[in-house]
Design a binder for this molecule. Structure first.
Ligand SMILES: Nc1nc2c(ncn2[C@@H]2O[C@H](COP(=O)(O)OP(=O)(O)OP(=O)(O)O)[C@@H](O)[C@H]2O)c(=O)[nH]1
Ligand SMILES: [Mg+2]
Length: 260
């Protein structure tokens, strides 16, 4: 045993001598340069970490009044729809752990979810939260879709042309809600109809803005029929039932924007 220890110590001493020799032989400039490179790498690494941490964890929920935003908000936070909702007069704004994740082990980041009321007079509140958003959920009522298709498309058009959304490429999830009823329209149908309506709006609105030069961002590609794939930001389509708590696609979207 003792022999072994002595051998190891001898070996280590030899190593240390070799390292010493190495530094003595090298000109000092080379050592300074390598130290500087190591320090710089460490510094860059630190900055990248800091930037990652300061990434926003806000997700905004928008959509027409009655589409089910507040029910979804409660499901995300509490895992229940409570005793129903009335039309909201104020945004619901809270930071929490997603209910479905609250029992899971491991470190999870809190999410900041804001539900902006759909009433047209309260919609400008959206602009307060968009600049700090990592994602936007646009809720559509799949049951009562056709009578509201035009209004939903107008609201979505406004969102997709906002500088805050286009410049920062904020991902948008079009969430077709209330799929618990058999009469609900499919997400493919809703997507198609919204694209058609936006195409109509685009034609009429570009004609107006060309006349009185506004600085609004234009949507889509000239001379091509509008589709969401033309947007600079990601536009996804998903389904949910806030009432039944079927919100996995919504949660997945949130987690994809906000790292755990
Ligand atoms: N069948 C069904 N009904 C739903 C669902 N989600 C919400 N509702 C109903 O839709 C109505 C409106 O829901 P809210 O969550 O208050 O709607 P909102 O989007 O917050 O509306 P505003 O606050 O006015 O902008 C309520 O009567 C809900 O019970 C769902 O998934 N399925
Ligand atoms: Mg509400």
């Amino acid at each position: 045993m003792e022999m072994m220890d002595k051998k190891i110590i001898k070996e280590m001493e030899r190593w240390i001598r070799e390292i010493e020799q190495f530094f003595i032989q090298k000109p000092p400039e080379q050592i300074y340069v390598s130290v500087a490179v190591i320090a710089l790498t460490f510094f860059i690494f630190l900055i990248v970490r800091l930037l990652k941490h300061s990434k926003s964890n806000t997700v905004v929920i928008a959509g027409l009044s009655g589409s089910g935003k507040t029910v979804l908000f409660y499901q995300l936070r509490d895992g229940s729809a409570h005793q129903g909702t009335v039309t909201s007069m104020e945004p619901n704004d809270d930071r929490f752990l997603l209910h479905s994740e609250s029992e899971k082990k491991g470190k999870k980041n809190h999410v900041h979810v804001v539900d902006v009321p759909g009433h047209s007079r309260l919609r400008p509140k959206l602009d307060d939260f968009l600049p700090q958003s990592a994602g936007l959920v646009f809720v559509v009522d799949s049951l009562d879709f056709l009578p509201n298709c035009r209004a939903a498309a107008e609201y979505l058009y406004d969102i997709l042309t906002k500088a805050a959304v286009v410049k920062k490429k904020i991902p948008v999830l079009i969430l077709c809600n209330k799929t618990d009823k058999v009469t609900a329209h499919s997400k493919e149908f809703i997507k198609k109809q919204l694209e058609k309506e936006i195409e109509k709006l685009r034609v009429s609105r570009t004609a107006i803005s060309a006349a009185d030069i506004t600085t609004e961002y234009t949507l889509g590609v000239p001379d091509e029929v509008f589709s969401f794939t033309q947007c600079r930001n990601k536009v996804l389509v998903g389904e949910a039932s806030g009432l039944k708590g079927e919100i996995s696609q919504l949660e997945q979207f949130i987690r994809n924007q906000i790292n755990a």
